[in-house]
Design a protein around this ligand. Structure first.
Ligand code: SPV
Ligand code: MG
Length: 671
């Protein structure tokens, strides 16, 4: 690529500093001059040809550049009218030396490597701007509309960002702009060799595609007078020792991470925050690579000075502790669910003078393929089966929602809400006997056989990755239960819950309205033990569900059974209740916790729905299952629609209750 450096200006505001040399030769603190620094940066960025326009002290400048021994080809173009024209005329004179894409910059611009990198990396033409810096009163601002720069000048304040004269121009845009420059610099009515070249740009900007390259947080400033020089010198002094922070969940590691690390490390001393397993689980999914392994991996990447844990999506805790000068992130978080996290980062940084640097996010095919590959691996039975246990170990609190089909599985898998910069999603899915039966128009009496139930499990598993808790009803005969357990283990289910009832099982929420018999404690214990003995791994959890409160057998009976069942090998205890108040479940949880600190407690707050998860967790509950709400909400919606069609003899009236058809056909994307 060719670079064009505009260095014909007189630099009169620099006082005695430009009395005997051009402004671009102004010394900087580290022994370089503005120009020698630019030339070094351009060379290491791979610039093949550098065109420098000269004005005052042209001979001195040429000699100086030769003395630097620049490896790239250097060409000088002299502007003899430098005292009476603006740089638009120098550009006009230099045009014959240009070809292909070019980099255009002013000879008094001091910038750090990352800014040059950002401008050069742009696929389209680009100009360096800062979207967060306050707008300067007298200097250049760029007007940005729909991601494109439409005008550049000192007079624009609306939709504008502070701008610096550092451009990448594609060949097409260069030709368009320079053709317009010719109109100003040749003879004729419009001739005006004293205006800014950007005036010509503004005439034709609709024909160009110049994108903003956001250098917020990085050094990129023109040196117009001594106070600018002082400010720039002080910034340069801080560059090498700056503390830089970047955070990754890094569940899948790909070249995008390495690229970001390279760029972040070029800004100073880099600390990488790695999200803990709990934090990744909260906002994404259970991580494929455990935290310790991810730390090991990142510690060994060149440029990483230190790796620290980040315990949530929020950066606050780490920023307040580490106080980095710069936080680096891809610019993709400006919109979407991470926007509040970004806002918080900006506000914490501004509290102590830190800066946010955003690099353009590359949504490349490789990242996409890596994500897809990871999802496929997460769904494998051997991986999925153990996740529930790990979640209980890591978080101790799990929420599950009912799914009875691929579609409801996708709702359980993908539904997210964003709360104060954090993400909330379900951890697991419940394959309810009630809903699995109801979706087939059958009562919840163990009528739907295991083959059909397993088909539901498989359908859901095919399109999801989250752990599955299977409602095993009574578990059937012990002789049959051992087979069920093995099948579920092979399939990748994480937990089966069986209830201590015998005979014709009816849904618990009928309570004593129908005849239901609770199983003998010892007999049920034998079933649990047989199930445990049948397992080949310790990943599938067998949970014993106690019906004592449902069948009005009292709290003591429930607690006594819980102890017997855990002694028989149950991995978890579900306590069920049909009371409208959570009190009996909370009492049970507190009593059981006094005797057993670890065995997970499961509950299903259907009739006592006013209780919050937090109340249940603080009493000692670990798994909260929302067992039927999806189906209970879908059914009346479908019924209303059906009634509306019958009533109006048309589908028009129900359109407003329906998802738009265009959206519906795209609901399930093809792989
Ligand atoms: C189910 O969802 O099938 C259950 C929970 O077993 S309950 O319906 O409350 O019995
Ligand atoms: Mg059930």
């Amino acid at each position: 690529m060719t670079a064009l450096i505009l260095a014909s200006g007189v630099g009169s505001r620099m006082g005695e500093l430009t009395a005997d040399r051009p402004k671009c030769m102004t010394p900087l603190p580290d022994g370089e001059t503005i120009l020698s620094r630019q030339l070094r940066q351009l060379q290491s960025a791979g610039t093949e040809k550098i065109v420098i326009t000269t004005g005052a002290f042209a001979g001195l400048l040429r000699e100086y550049v030769h003395s630097l021994g620049i490896a790239s080809e250097v060409v000088f173009v002299h502007n003899p009218d430098f005292g009476t024209t603006n740089y638009i005329y120098s550009m006009y004179l230099a045009e014959k030396e240009l070809s292909g894409d070019i980099l255009l910059l002013h000879g008094d611009l001091v910038f750090e490597d990352a800014v040059l990198d950002m401008v050069l990396k742009s696929k389209d033409s680009a100009m360096a701007v800062s979207t967060l810096l306050p707008l300067p009163e007298k200097d250049f601002k760029a007007v940005i509309r729909n991601g494109l720069i439409t005008s550049v000048g000192t007079e624009f304040f609306e939709n504008a960002a502070a701008a610096q004269p550092l451009y990448k121009l594609t060949e097409a845009d260069r030709r368009t702009w320079f053709a317009q420059i010719e109109k100003y610099c040749g003879s004729g009515e419009t001739a005006d060799r004293c205006c800014y070249a950007e005036k010509a740009f503004n005439d034709i900007s609709g024909k160009c595609c110049v994108r903003p390259a956001d250098f917020t947080g990085l050094l990129c400033a023109e040196v117009d007078d001594k106070s600018d020089l002082e400010a720039v010198s002080s910034e340069l002094g801080k560059l090498a020792g700056r503390g830089v922070y970047i955070c990754f969940s890094a569940d899948v590691i790909h070249s995008g991470h390495i690229n970001m690390i390279r760029r972040a490390a070029s800004l100073g001393v880099l600390t990488v925050g790695i999200m803990t397993d709990e934090a990744v689980t909260e906002y994404k999914h259970f991580p494929l690579v455990p935290y310790d392994d991810r730390v090991e991996l990142f510690s060994n990447i060149t440029g990483v000075a230190e790796v620290v844990p980040q315990r949530s999506l929020s950066y606050r805790e780490n920023l307040l502790e580490l106080r980095p000068d710069i936080v680096v992130h891809g610019d993709d978080w400006r919109t979407g669910f991470q926007q509040p996290v970004r806002d918080e980062v900006i506000s914490v940084l501004s509290g102590y003078g830190g800066k946010l640097v955003e690099f353009p996010y590359s949504d490349d095919k490789q990242t996409f393929a890596a994500e897809r590959d990871m999802r496929a691996r997460l769904a494998l039975p051997d991986y999925r089966r153990g996740i529930l246990r790990k979640l209980l170990d890591i978080k101790g609190r799990v929420t599950a929602i009912e799914a009875h089909s691929g579609l409801t599985g996708l709702i359980a898998e993908n539904t997210r809400v964003y709360e104060n910069g954090n993400v909330r999603q379900f951890d697991a899915m419940w394959i309810s006997s009630l809903c699995d039966s109801a979706s087939r128009g059958k009562p919840d009496i163990e009528l739907v056989d295991m083959t059909a139930r397993l088909r539901t499990v498989n359908e859901i598993m095919e399109v999801t990755t989250k752990p599955i808790i299977f409602d095993g009803d009574t578990g059937g005969l012990t002789e049959h239960f051992v087979y069920t357990v093995r099948t579920l283990e092979r399939t990748g289910v994480s937990m089966i819950i069986i209830e201590d009832k015998t005979g014709l099982k009816k849904n618990s929420l009928f309570g004593t309205e129908t005849e239901q018999t609770q199983a003998d404690t010892e007999e049920f214990c034998r079933k649990l033990t047989a199930g445990k003995n049948a397992l080949k791994t310790d990943e599938l959890m067998i949970c014993a569900r106690i019906e004592s409160l449902i069948l009005e057998k009292g709290m003591d009976d429930a607690v006594m059974r819980a102890e017997a069942y855990t002694a028989a090998g149950a991995d978890a205890i579900m306590i069920h209740s049909r009371s409208s108040s959570p009190e009996e479940v909370l009492t049970f949880a507190r009593r059981f916790r006094k005797r057993d600190r670890f065995t997970p407690i499961v509950c299903v707050p259907t009739t006592y729905s006013s209780v919050s998860e937090e109340e249940l967790y603080s009493a000692g509950v670990n798994i909260v299952i929302y067992a039927n709400q999806l189906m209970r909400s879908a059914f009346p919606a479908m019924q209303h629609t059906a009634e509306s069609i019958l009533r109006t003899h048309s589908a028009k009236e129900c359109e407003s209750m329906c998802m738009p058809f265009g959206e519906f056909i795209r609901l399930i994307p093809e792989e």
